[in-house]
Design a protein around this ligand. Structure first.
Ligand SMILES: *Cc1c(COP(=O)(O)O)cnc(C)c1O
Length: 373
């Protein structure tokens, strides 16, 4: 990986050892011979796709999954060997590139295969496909046994395409209530039973299903996303984790300006924060263009091991915090992560933002360099 010099002290620190350990723990936990598909879509949930893929492969993952053709090509440019699976719909025009680059695509429409076939005529390698079963997620996939057999027969009768896998995705695997989950399992099992033969790779389980559901549902492989990054898919899964997870993402900056303001002075756009007493204000070079969106106003950060609040509106590139005393320029500020006894977790941000932890590292924008250790 190229090392680049960054002058702004704002950075996301990515703990690759934590990712390595999370994958290793999973590998020990899975049934024998179940493969790990490391899900590195969306720049590895904002952690950095190439570095995370490297750590996951070293820890025992054998396949990489992404959401889009461009993500797949980016991964392939760095890793020649491993299988890469695109989980989403790919445009027909991508079919020959996928064949050449040994990128596995998701199949869910007969038309798509028929239209891709002529584009594959000159390819020496077959295009490998995994049929997607929509067992109750309502996103992409075939929705009946009849559709499954149609697409199966289309693949079998089309040159240059090859059936390599069959998979589905659960909508409620992180939930304690198993009603919908069990219906999805039943539908997927029915689909498997009508297949004339079992493809090489049957897979269904995301993090939640692979950690807390029937080991039988691990099939040939599990698709491991959020917990590779040390986060739990839901509070329910967190309460029954089979092994501890180590978070890999922290967000850091420094104080670039410290000043005393007088009682009644205001801070930030709109002058919405008015100092109740004389107080110390620190400025941090991070703002909503970095993903610290305005809804995080009032969120605490760590300085000198203590929690202190962001005051005033968050600006595009900067925000201000209320300090208990004067600190030197360059004092470290932790927005996500640990300082001494105190910790600000991604889950804390997710609660403040009324969203799920998955979304938090994804919204930290590309302007924030990812630094690996
Ligand atoms: C994103 C994704 C996953 C990973 O899910 P996690 O909950 O992060 O483990 C698995 N499968 C599919 C189809 C996905 O889109």
């Amino acid at each position: 990986m190229k090392t680049q010099q960054y002058f702004r002290p704002t950075k996301a620190m990515i703990d690759l050892q934590a990712i390595h350990q999370n994958v290793k723990n999973l590998k020990e936990f899975l049934q024998p011979n179940v493969q790990i598909i490391a899900v590195v879509k969306a720049n590895a949930y904002g952690h950095g796709d190439v570095a995370v893929a490297q750590a996951a492969l070293e820890a025992g993952a054998t396949i990489l999954a992404v959401a889009t053709p461009d993500e797949a090509l980016h991964i392939r440019a760095h890793f020649e060997e491993p299988d890469i699976l695109i989980l989403g719909a790919s445009p027909i025009s991508f079919a020959p590139y996928a064949a050449q680059q040994r990128i596995i695509l998701t199949a869910f429409a007969v038309d798509w295969i028929q239209q891709a076939a002529p584009l594959l005529a000159n390819e020496t390698l077959p295009l490998r496909l995994h049929i997607k079963v929509d067992s109750g997620m309502g996103r992409i996939g075939i929705r009946s046994e009849r559709e499954l057999l149609e697409i199966y027969q289309t693949i079998q009768s089309t040159d240059h395409v090859e059936l390599d896998g069959l998979f589905t995705h659960f909508a409620t695997a992180d939930d304690e209530d198993t009603t919908h989950f069990n219906q999805q399992v039943q539908f997927f099992e029915n689909c498997l039973s009508v297949m004339p033969f079992k493809p090489r790779l049957v897979h269904a389980s995301n993090t939640a299903a692979s950690l807390v559901k029937d080991p039988h549902l691990q099939y040939d492989a599990v698709r491991y996303g959020i917990s590779m990054y040390g986060l739990s898919p839901s509070p329910y899964v967190e309460s029954i984790l089979p092994f501890p997870l180590q978070p890999a993402f922290s967000l850091e900056s420094e104080l670039v300006h410290v000043k005393q303001i007088k009682s009644g002075d205001s801070v930030g756009y709109g002058a919405t924060y008015v100092a109740p007493t004389d107080m110390w204000i620190g400025t941090i070079p991070i703002g909503y263009a970095d993903g610290v969106i305005r809804k995080l106003g009032g969120q605490e950060v760590l300085v000198d091991g203590q929690r202190i609040p962001i005051v005033g509106r968050i600006c595009m590139d900067q925000c201000m915090v209320a300090l208990p005393k004067a600190y030197a320029i360059g004092e470290k500020v932790t927005l996500i992560g640990q300082q001494g006894q105190n910790m600000i977790s991604i889950n804390e941000w997710a609660t403040k933002l009324e969203t799920i932890n998955y979304e938090v590292p994804c919204i930290i924008t590309a302007r924030v360099p990812r630094i690996y250790f």
